[in-house]
Design a protein around this ligand. Structure first.
Ligand code: ADP
Length: 284
């Protein structure tokens, strides 16, 4: 089954007038001195300690670090799904809270409903947010084209590859037009080729729609490729080690991965994370 687009998403986005890239107009997400400890039967787990960073309007920021450094915890706090123990998180001008139309969340698993077609799955949030059917359907069709799923609108999730399911999931999160996207390793379960291709398409969608993105990954190269800035985290407890601007040009192209400055950035971050030897998760 073909898993390809015939036009670049940014071309489609520009043509559709879906928005323009506009980075750097003040912070959309402000995470300030955030701490989180989980109480478990085995004792307390200090997941995040006094961590701070921001994501400016239209900016793409990745949280990168080994498993267990608190990336998902921070993302879930930003989504309002779990409370922090200390510090503050302001998202789109208000304290983090769940179920907001301004904020879209995407996880590793696409979680599509098997009894609904691709289009019907994409329309799901528009029903939740009470968006008019005609407008919703128009936008769903535009977005399915944007993510390269034209021709698959009436298929069921089980008729799609893993990569295509994540494309549908991306269209579903974009359909209600959130200003801010919170993404937790959305392509981690996919094979390397599909992941790279989707990364490029995500970069193009970000560039054409101009949304603010906070993206969690343990893949340093992916973080560097996608981001304007990379927040580097270490585990036990989860803490921000550094915040590194990538300075890489947009629109992002695969070729940038081969440039020395990109390779140097990846090495710099890897050294930062491996300063005390391999992370514990890798020793197990
Ligand atoms: P990452 O996303 O970087 O892998 P997490 O935020 O998932 O890190 O986890 C950070 C730490 O908190 C880990 O030690 C993890 O085991 C622990 N943790 C995460 N969620 C829970 C939870 N619900 N209950 C107890 N401990 C948790």
């Amino acid at each position: 089954m073909a898993d390809a687009v015939t036009r670049t998403p940014s071309e489609v986005g520009a043509q559709r007038g879906l928005g323009a890239f506009a980075a750097g107009q003040g912070p959309s997400i402000v995470v300030e001195n955030v701490s989180k400890t989980y109480e478990t039967r085995g004792g307390s787990v200090e997941a995040v300690r006094e961590s701070s960073f921001d994501v400016k309007d239209g900016e793409f920021v990745a949280l990168v670090g080994p498993s267990g450094c608190g990336k998902s915890t921070i993302l879930q706090i930003c989504a309002g799904l779990i409370p922090s123990d200390g510090g503050s998180v302001v998202v789109g001008g208000v304290e983090a809270q769940p179920g907001r139309r301004e904020v879209g969340i995407m996880f590793q698993a696409p979680v599509l409903l098997p009894w609904r077609t691709v289009t019907e799955n994409v329309l799901l949030p528009t029903e939740v947010f009470g968006i008019g059917k005609k407008e919703a359907l128009k936008r769903a069709r535009e977005l399915l084209e944007l993510v390269g799923l034209q021709g698959f609108e009436d298929k069921y999730p089980w008729e799609l590859s893993g990569g295509m399911q994540q494309r549908a999931s991306l269209a579903r999160v974009l359909v209600y037009d959130p200003d801010i996207l919170l993404m937790d390793e959305p392509f981690a379960a996919l094979d390397e080729f599909t992941r790279e291709r989707l990364n490029l398409e995500l970069a193009r969608i970000h560039e054409s729609l101009g949304r603010t993105v906070l993206y969690v990954t343990h893949n340093i190269q992916e973080a560097v490729f996608l981001s304007d800035r990379v927040v580097v985290m270490k585990p036990h407890p989860g803490e921000v080690l550094d915040i590194i601007p990538t300075g890489l040009p947009r629109p992002r192209q695969f070729e940038v991965l081969e440039e020395q400055r990109t390779v140097d950035l990846v090495i710099k971050i890897r050294r930062m994370l491996f300063a005390d030897g391999p992370p514990e998760a890798d020793r197990e």
